[in-house]
Design a protein around this ligand. Structure first.
Ligand code: SAM
Length: 356
C-alpha cells in the first residue's frame, strides 16, 4: 500500500496535510499531500510503502488531531459503468488476502459529497451481498477484522481502501453522530459528550466521571457542558457572567458564579475535573489549564482551543507543546489527546487525564 487517505472537516485540508507530513516524517516515512480546498479529504502517497506494523498498529487516527479517519488505498476505479459497478470492485478485492469484517460505502463530508449519500447507502446492500457470496466478508459485521472502504468521489469513481481495528475510527465516515438531548440547554453539549465517548478509554471514563466528584466549568453558560457533568452525577461550579439554565440549577448539583474564568478559584481549593469552553486565545487557555493542573487545583481537564483563521495546526501544536512541557516536570503521568471532533467547528478539544 503506497497511499493513505485522511477524511477531515471541509476547509481543514491544509492542516490535515501538514499534520500527516509531520507525523509520518517523525517515523522516517515520507510522502506528499494532494488535495483541493474544501474537498473534505487529503490523499497522501508515500515514496516507499510503510511497514505493515505502522499501518495496522502504530498510525492510530485516535492519536491525530485533524484526520477523522485514516484509510489505506488498494485501488482507484474510474469510469465505472452504472450498470455494473460491483464486478470491478470484486476484481480488485480478489487480489487481497484480507477477509473483511464490514464494507463501508463512503463519500466526502461536503455539500457536494452529501449528494452521493443516498446512492452510497443503496449501493452498499448489493455490494455486501456480492462480497459475502464470494466469502470476502464475514456473515455478521465484525469490527475486529479489517474494514473495506469504498470511497466514492463521484458516481463513477471510487477509491478502494482498507482500515484496521487498532488504528481506525469505529464510525463510518469517521463521524460520531449523537442525538441532541432535548433537555440540554445548548448544542455545545454534544462537543463534550463526543469527547467523553471517543477520546477517553473505559478506565479513563471511570476515573474522571465518578458520581459525587467535583468539577469546575469555565465559560459555562448557558450550561451544555455542565449538563453532561450533572447527568454523570457530578457537582459543578459553573463560572460565567451569562445566564445559566434554570433546570440545571434546580438539580441542586450546580452552583453558579458570575466571575472571570481567568481569576476564579475553586470553592474547596481543588476539584476532580476542570472543563473550559471560553472563547479566548488558545495559548491563554492552554496556559490557564496548565496552571490548574500543575498546582493540583484540578486532577484532570477537558477544554476547547478556539482556532485562528490561519496556521491552525501550528497554533494547536505550539499550545500542546507548552502544556506538555509543564506536565512532564511533575511526578504524575498524564495522557494528553487533542482531536478536531465532528461536533467541533473552528476549535479542537483537548483531554488531559492524570493517570492514577
Ligand atoms: C461557547 S460559550 C460556552 C457554551 C457552554 N460550554 C455550553 O455548553 O453551553 C462561551 C462562554 O464563555 C464565556 N466566557 C468568555 N470569556 C470568559 C471569561 N473570561 N470568564 C468567564 N466566562 C467567559 C462567555 O460568556 C460564554 O458564555
Amino acid at each position: 500500500m503506497t497511499s493513505l487517505i485522511a477524511y477531515c472537516r471541509s476547509g481543514y485540508e491544509s492542516d490535515t496535510a501538514k499534520e500527516l507530513a509531520e507525523r509520518t516524517a517523525q517515523q522516517n516515512i515520507y510522502g506528499y499531500p494532494i488535495f483541493r480546498p474544501n474537498q473534505g479529504f487529503v490523499e497522501f502517497p508515500f515514496y516507499e510503502p510503510p511497514s505493515e506494523t505502522f499501518i495496522s498498529n502504530e498510525f492510530d487516527v485516535k492519536n491525530t488531531i485533524f484526520p477523522r479517519q485514516l484509510i489505506w488505498v488498494i485501488a482507484v476505479l474510474s469510469d465505472l459503468e452504472p450498470s455494473d459497478r460491483i464486478s470491478p470492485i470484486l476484481n480488485e478485492v480478489t487480489k487481497h488476502a484480507d477477509k473483511f469484517g464490514a464494507v463501508w460505502v463512503e463519500y466526502p463530508d461536503t455539500d457536494e459529497g452529501k449528494g452521493l449519500a443516498k446512492f452510497c447507502r443503496k449501493f452498499a446492500v448489493p455490494l455486501r451481498q456480492a462480497l459475502r457470496k464470494e466469502n470476502y466478508l464475514t456473515k455478521q459485521e465484525k469490527l475486529l477484522y479489517p474494514v473495506l472502504h469504498v470511497f466514492f468521489t463521484d458516481f463513477n469513481t471510487c477509491k478502494l481502501a482498507i482500515s484496521y481495528p487498532h488504528t481506525r475510527s469505529p464510525f463510518e465516515l469517521g463521524v460520531c453522530r449523537l442525538k441532541f438531548p432535548s433537555s440540554a440547554p445548548s448544542r455545545s453539549t454534544l462537543k463534550l459528550e463526543e469527547a467523553i465517548l471517543t477520546m477517553l478509554n473505559d478506565s479513563e471514563r471511570r476515573l474522571v466521571f465518578r458520581a459525587g466528584a467535583r468539577a469546575v466549568d469555565l465559560g459555562a453558560c448557558p450550561g451544555g457542558w455542565t449538563y453532561q457533568l450533572v447527568t454523570r452525577e457530578m457537582y459543578v461550579e459553573a463560572v460565567d457572567n451569562g445566564l445559566i439554565d434554570e433546570k440545571l440549577m434546580a438539580t441542586g448539583q450546580v452552583a453558579h458564579f458570575a466571575a472571570d474564568g481567568f481569576t476564579y478559584r475553586p470553592q474547596h481549593h481543588k476539584v476532580d475535573l476542570l472543563v473550559c469552553d471560553m472563547i479566548e486565545q488558545p495559548d491563554r487557555v492552554a496556559k490557564l489549564m496548565g496552571d490548574w493542573l500543575v498546582t493540583g487545583r484540578s486532577l484532570h481537564a477537558i477544554f476547547n482551543l478556539k482556532l485562528p483563521m490561519k496556521q491552525r495546526y501550528e497554533t494547536v501544536s505550539q499550545a500542546l507543546l507548552s502544556l506538555k512541557s509543564r506536565l512532564v516536570k511533575l511526578d504524575d503521568q498524564f495522557s494528553v489527546k487533542a482531536r478536531h471532533l465532528y461536533h467541533d467547528r473552528d476549535e479542537v478539544t483537548v483531554t488531559v487525564v492524570r493517570q492514577s
